[in-house]
Every structure is written in C-alpha cells, then in structure tokens.
Design a protein around this ligand. Sequence first.
Ligand code: NAD
Length: 487
Amino acid sequence: MNITKGTAVLKNYINGDWVDAQSNETLEVLNPATNEVLARVPISSAADVDFAVSAAKTAFETWKNTPVPKRARILYKYHHLLTENHEKLARLIVKENGKAYKEAYGEVQRGIECVEFAVGAPTLMMGESLSNIAEEIDSEMFRYPLGVVGGITPFNFPMMVPLWMFPLAIACGNTFVLKPSERTPLLANELVSLFSEAGAPKGVFNIVHGAHDVVNGLLDHEDVKAISFVGSQPVAKYVYERASANGKRVQALSGAKNHHIVMPDADVAKAVTNILSSAYGSAGQRCMACSAVVVVGDREEFVQALKQKASDLVIGNGLDDEVLLTPLIRKSHREKVLGYIEKGVEEGASLLLDGRSAMDELKEGTFLGPTIFDHVEPDMTIAREEIFAPVLSVLRAENLDEALEYLRKSRFGNGATIYSKDAKAIRQFREDADAGMLGVNVGVPATMAFFPFSGWKDSFYGDLHVNGKDGVNFYTRKKMITTRFDY
Ligand code: NAD
C-alpha cells in the first residue's frame, strides 16, 4: 500500500514495484476543502516514462497470449476488491478532490461498472466469420491488442475516468501506463494496489506521476501505440495532434458547455432540482455539468425559483452529509473563475446571484458560492467558454428553434438536456440538438459503461469514443484471414 500521509512523496508504480521518480521535483497535493497538504506528488521525467513503457512492453509479450478468460478472471477479482473498498475509495476522493461523499460514492460505482463491462472481454473480443465468400473460400476476422497504451486523466473524476480506460484496455490484452492528474494522484495509487492484489502480473498496469513531461514522454514514445486522454479542450487538442502526428491511435475527450432547455410546459420544481444538482454538484467541475440554461418563453417563476433554491444550497466540506456545493480544486482555478464573473458583469449580463461572498465565510478552503447570470447572450464570453465552476448562465429564447440555435453556435457538444412533456418538442430536440449525449428530463445524461461516452465538436478529438463497443474497437486491431480449402 502506498498511500502516504503528510508531506511524504508518492511513488510511481512500475513493473510491479513502488519506485521513486528519477526527478527531485514535487508538487503539493492539497485537500481543497481545508488546504491541508496530504502528500507530495513527484513530477516525473521522460526517463521515468521510458522505464514504465519498457516494463509494459516486456509484460505485453506474455499478457497478449494470456487466455482472454484468464485475463477476465483477474478483473472479476478486481471488481470484488473495488466493491469491498467502495467506501474507503469514496472517502479518499473527497479528500483529494473535494466533492461530496455521495458524489464520490457514485463515482466509485461508475468506475466499478466499467470493470463489469470489461469482464465481458471474451464476448467483446469475438471476431466475425463468413464461409463461402467464394467457392471453397472462407473469411475470418480476429481481434488483437495493440501493445502499450498510455492514459492521461483529469482531476475531476480520479476514479471513473482512469477506469474508463485501463480495465478494458488490459482485458483486451494491452498493457497500460497511466499518468493521473497531479492534483488528484492519491486514488490512482490505491487503484493500482488493488489491481496488483487482484493478481495482475507485473508490468501490466503502471503509474507514472507528473505533469507535462510525462504526457509528452507518452505522446512521443515509439513503443506507445495508443493514447486515451481526458481533460481540458486546449490540452485535448494538443494531445490529439501530437500523438496522431506520431502515428498513434488517439481518443481525446475534452471540455464542455452543456445547455439545459427549459420548455414552457416544464415542471418548475423538478427542472430546478435537476439543474441545481447538475450545475452545482462537484462545484460545477463535471464535464456533464449544466452550465447554461435556456429558458423558452416567459418563465419568470422558473428563474426566481432557481435563484431562491440556489441561495439555499449548503456549502462546505464534502464529508458533511447535507453539503451539495463543495470547493473548487485550487485557488489558481478560482482566480480564473473570478475573472469570468468580472467579464460577465463587464459584458452586460445581469448578476442574479453572486457567490463571491462565500469566499469570506469559508476562508480555509477554495470555496465559491452559487453564482447565476441572467440575460446572458450567446456571444458573451461566459456563454461561450467552459468556466468549470458553480457559475450558471441563463439565456432566454422565444422558441425551441432559437434554443437549438444556441446549441449549434456552441463550439462544444458534450451534453444537452430538455425539460418538457411535449413529445413533439422532445423529438425535435433529439433530432436537432447538436451534442453527443442528450437528456430528456435528466440532469446529468452521462452514459453508462456499455455505451460510448460520445461528445461531439470540440468536446472530443478522435473517432472511437471511450467505453462500449467503441472502447473495444479502440483497444483492439483486426486481422482478416482468407482461406482457400480446395488447395
Ligand atoms: P487539464 O487539461 O488541466 O489536465 C488533464 C491532464 O492533462 C492532466 O493529467 C494534466 O497533467 C495534463 N496536462 C495539463 N496541461 C498540460 C499541458 N499543457 N501539456 C501536457 N499535459 C497537460 O484538465 P483538468 O483541469 O484536470 O480537468 C478538467 C477538464 O477535463 C475540463 O475541461 C473538463 O470538461 C474535462 N473533462 C472532460 C470529460 C469528457 O468526458 N469530455 C470528462 C472529465 C473531464
């Protein structure tokens, strides 16, 4: 077990051993609710990446030939261990990420579901065949793993996002090098500990902590065959371009601006509850968070109810049961968010609820209260950019066509939701909404592990999404055999 307390420096996990990074540079890992230093994370170098990739490359030679059901059995055991440690993992997420315990518990569950999907590898990896493609000639398709896969993950889902990647990649016969977020590295070490306890052979799953140098090391390494990335838009684009230029397969999941359309017939109380939990849960630091509400028609009572309920939200440490609004990840991020609030005022949006006062009341952590801008125009900065914070923009539209036009204008297309009972409106939304994951009366329409997580436009770079059949296709390559039998 390698969870270190206080200012101890975390280790990397390479070839089945806990090892020191080869660089001396470290960063503090903070609890955002208290700013207590939990540990220090090493900022590893390209040499550490090389060490991990070479271990993973060696392990691949055996792992790719390990029978698929045997690989799946290790994942069954892993599932059991994750379930046994569900609460402990959730508590650790609260500590390093700051989100509420209930959210963290749910996140662990979503991660476990990815393992449930990956244990289906014997079925998922099946090929296809057709006899008689010509006289006495048959064709068969087999799936094979790619080799060493690199995973680079964000701070906001320290469990779920890595689990989108490595269980399926490894079940498909690949070996893996993970670079977790340097802001939430503790859980990653717990994940690899449990994986090795489940019986994973050495070198199959490795962790290299750090920042840009580790990322670039993976993107440039000739023995890394594919990159799975999740993070902010500029980095996603950079990762996609650099890794593709180096001939790798890449899936890069990126930022978002998710619109929720409130139709004239929407139930006010239900819409408000869903929107508040979507916009302010995890302090708005979710790629599927609602960050823009489009109110269709004159729904003043909805806007007032939203403001009232938002002002009543309990802010604080995620370990307290009644808390919904938890801290932002770092002060530097909060500074950026404060800049967006000032920009919103400057550009003429009306500040309906100002969360900045919470900063004085809750000084010890990186808190920001619920903030709402009303009468936001689609071309304003706060409507266009991802703020990733408890800052909600309310836009007004005369009808559904205009609301859908706002979605089309957005460069992002991760998720969108409509609140309505009107079948015609719902169908129009389904057909015309310019985003990859839609919700109908659902606040966070995140997909489950057996479906692809399918953002559009600048919310995703690549072809094959994470999870579902896309995930299997991403982590395997196909071989076709054509056989003549009358030889
Ligand atoms: P981030 O882009 O800052 O970091 C993501 C990863 O990239 C980290 O491991 C980090 O070390 C690395 N990184 C950061 N800057 C880099 C650089 N210049 N060069 C090389 N590597 C770099 O993202 P974050 O703040 O950790 O996470 C939040 C972002 O992730 C949000 O934009 C959110 O929308 C997005 N996200 C998207 C999804 C999705 O499914 N689309 C899911 C979760 C999070």
